[in-house]
Design a protein around this ligand. Structure first.
Ligand code: ADP
Length: 489
């Protein structure tokens, strides 16, 4: 809006008409004092100010406007009829005018000037708005920086308070932060602790992860600087990704030396116990066989019934002990395979027949479908049999009250796949990855079903030694599908 200040109403009238005809919003007053009051209440883009006015002349009004910060920047065009003397023009400029016109005013010139000042005013407004936005942006950034700093500080405090050795590294692997525990194992914040010579250097394992942008889990022995002894640690390094961009790495070394020692002692105990149990069991088996023969001679049905039951229990015990022995062999790296060619179809038929005989009184039947494997496969026939028997035994054990187990066989490229599907209690999805681990049993069902949780672990080791694969397949509805594959050439 433009403010016209002139004591002559006819001047105000003609100027207002002129400006309004060009689309400007116009306000007016006939006194300098009223003009000062108006500028404090309303924002004006330009003031057209008459110099000759009673009480307060135009120069005084302009000086007063110049003293308020709110009004200092409003452009003023002076209009004067008489003071055309150079010294008045100078005075006008000194008191804040940005232009000076003498009456009679040429309307075209006045309009040109008004347009220029108006545009300047608008540009000024835009600049002020841009500056305001910029300032706000700077403030937001400053706040974000402070928040980021706080977060980094918070992360460092957490890392510092952990009992583990912790560190952070830039995306290229350069270590940027280590906590205090680090210095028990390394003298420098830039170098990883010294590893035992029998392990792959930590750096090269980390480098592989950086290339693959993947997390690292590595059990490695590192040297304690004070004792000079190497202790087992689990090193975990995870990538921190933001907007699909690898930002940094966060790593921990967790001391697992005590755990490893206990595990080692348990393995030793297993080896000794299973060996020691085997000898008396062999004798018991012999005595029961003798008893069986004697009871047959006397044709006492009750006794021979009891002997058969005892024999079954001894067989179960024998199978448990041989599983335990297998585990200790795996622990000691001595689960050796007797490799030779064998007919896979014969193996499948024999195992299904045997399992059907064992479970002849069960309501569950086995249904085989798929490809016939009438081929020679290279492997340990007894161990492969053990895997298939284990899968089928589990399928019977964990499916009480059901009536069918499917065995599906299929050629898949250079491999053969054998899968066993049951409709029993199933394995919760989040536990399926664990059932092939040593001594793992699904907690919810471990009370109702007997077992040691080592059958599938042994199977996994056997399949690995045959370069095969194994796992649990996704399944809709109740039950489990477990499978293994073997290479055929
Ligand atoms: P276990 O002697 O306990 O059966 P395994 O190693 O054979 O040991 O199996 C490990 C665990 O996997 C079992 O304890 C059981 O919880 C689960 N499991 C294996 N097979 C099945 C199946 N067919 N149905 C449901 N759960 C199964």
């Amino acid at each position: 809006m433009i403010l016209i200040v002139d004591d002559k109403t006819e001047n105000i009238f003609s100027l207002t008409n002129l400006l309004e005809s060009k689309g400007f919003l116009v306000d007016s007053t006939s006194s300098g004092e009223e003009a000062l009051r108006k500028v404090l209440r309303q924002k004006y883009a330009l003031i057209i100010l008459d110099v000759q006015m009673p009480i307060m002349n135009g120069f005084e009004v302009a000086e007063a406007l110049g003293s308020f910060s709110l009004t200092r920047d409003i452009p003023i065009i002076f209009l004067s009829a008489i003071n055309i003397d150079k010294k008045y023009i100078t005075k006008g400029y000194n008191s804040g005018a940005v232009d000076y016109l003498t009456k009679p005013v040429d309307p075209d010139i006045l309009l040109l000037k008004v347009k220029v000042f108006y545009r300047l005013y608008e540009q000024n407004l835009q600049l002020v708005e841009a500056e305001r936005k910029l300032k706000r942006e700077i403030e937001i950034r400053k706040l974000a920086q402070i928040e980021l700093k706080d977060r980094v500080q918070y992360l460092h405090t957490i890392l510092e308070s952990l009992p583990q050795i912790t560190f952070k590294a830039a995306s290229n692997g350069v270590i940027t932060f280590v906590n205090n525990h680090w210095y028990k194992y390394s003298k420098s914040a830039q170098d990883f602790p010294e590893h035992h010579p029998s392990f792959t250097p930590i750096w090269s394992r980390f480098r592989e992860c950086i290339e693959g942008k993947s997390a690292l889990e590595y059990e490695v022995k590192i040297k304690n600087l004070e004792s000079g002894l190497f202790r087992y640690h689990l090193l975990r390094i995870i990538p921190i990704v933001d907007n699909n961009l690898l930002k940094k790495w966060v790593g921990t070394f967790t001391d697992i030396e005590d755990q490893k020692q206990i595990e080692h002692k348990k393995d030793e105990f297993l080896t000794i116990a299973s060996h020691e149990l085997k000898t008396p069991l062999t004798s018991i088996k012999g005595y029961i066989q003798l008893l069986d023969r004697i009871s047959n001679e006397f044709e006492n049905k009750n006794v021979s019934n009891l002997v058969t039951r005892a024999q079954n229990q001894v067989l179960k015990l024998e199978s448990l002990i041989s599983d335990l022995l297998d585990v200790s062999k795996i622990n000691n790296g001595r689960l050796l395979m007797n490799m030779d060619y064998f007919n896979l179809e014969d193996l499948i038929k024999n195992v299904i027949y045997t399992i059907e005989q064992i479970h002849h009184d069960s309501s569950i039947k086995i249904e085989r479908s798929g490809d016939l494997f009438d081929i020679q496969v290279y492997g340990d026939v007894i161990r492969v049999e053990q895997v298939f028997i284990n899968f089928l035994t589990n399928a019977f054990k964990y499916s009480p009250g059901t009536d069918i187990i499917y065995v599906r066989t299929k050629y898949e490229g250079n491999t053969v796949s054998i899968e066993v599907e049951d409709f029993g209690i199933g394995i919760p999805k989040e536990k399926q990855n664990h059932v092939f681990n040593k001594f793992y049993r699904v907690k919810e069902t471990s009370v109702s079903f007997q077992g040691l949780g080592i059958g599938l672990y042994i199977c996994s080791e056997i399949i690995k030694q045959h370069n095969g694969t194994y796992g649990i397949k996704n399944k809709s509805g109740k039950g489990t599908i477990v499978y293994f594959t073997l290479p055929i050439n």
